[in-house]
Design a protein around this ligand. Structure first.
Ligand code: SAH
Length: 223
């Protein structure tokens, strides 16, 4: 099947899964602009060459270093929940392949993404540049601390499962901001969770969908 046909089939699958999970997510259909961004950020350019033939299958794929590129449906869901508007500042924790960052950039957001594995960050930087998303800012380091110099953010997406809500990230969310994060420890069922910060700073929380992300790594700090 030619790439455009595979892409169309993937978009159909994402739309079908959105309908099937609407009772839990509250989203029967994702915004058309989110679906367009999924299409524009060519996933095949962000997976290792050996995985390219699976790029348009709705599954996570290995990207080396024990990490994965997220499942397209989950990327669409998280992006729709975070609802980044053009010009908004968006923080991603866990650059991985760079594909989620590219989807956010395709929506016109100003994207800042932190990755703890230097080799993955370097590969993501190359793929983002090759695909014309060179405005994305990348940093190597522990995402638990967020990116305080660039805060506040209008939206924050965490793409690795955290045992608890990182307080620094909540602090770096601006008024009106949305944060999407899988919460759950290594042996627990993870829950994709949406936090919203109102204009007065109060926080609301909603459980969205059970998910399976790679765990958040906590680099060991000097004692
Ligand atoms: N958003 C990615 C998904 C990557 S999987 C994509 O679109 O491909 C999660 C990523 O989080 C992995 O690359 C992992 O190395 C990274 N990660 C795990 N713990 C981290 C931490 N403490 N800080 C930053 N990144 C982290």
């Amino acid at each position: 099947m030619a790439a455009p046909d595979r892409l169309r089939r993937l978009l159909d699958e994402i739309a079908a899964e959105a309908r099937e999970t609407a009772g839990r997510t509250g989203r029967a259909a994702f915004a058309p602009r989110v679906m367009q961004a999924i299409a524009r950020a060519r996933r095949e350019a962000f997976v290792p060459p050996a995985e390219a033939e699976w790029a348009y299958v709705d599954r996570p794929l290995p990207i080396g270093h024990g990490q994965t590129i997220s499942q397209p449906f989950i990327v669409a869901l998280m992006t729709d929940l975070a609802a980044p508007q053009p010009g908004e500042k968006v923080l991603e924790i866990g650059t991985g392949s760079g594909w989620q960052a590219a989807v956010l950039a395709a929506l016109g957001a100003r994207v800042f993404s932190v990755e703890v594995i230097p080799e993955l960050s370097a590969r993501a930087a190359a793929a983002l540049a090759a695909e014309g998303f060179d405005g994305v800012r990348l940093k190597v380091g522990d995402g638990w601390q967020g990116w305080p110099e660039e805060a506040p953010f209008d939206a924050i997406l965490v793409t690795a499962a955290a045992p608890e809500l990182p307080q620094a990230l909540l602090d770096q969310l601006g008024p009106g901001g949305r944060m999407v994060i899988p919460l759950g420890g290594p042996q627990e069922q993870q829950m994709l969770t949406l936090f919203e910060k109102a204009a007065d700073g109060s926080i609301s929380r909603r459980d969205v969908l059970p998910v399976a992300f790679v765990p958040f790594v906590r680099p060991s700090r000097p004692a």
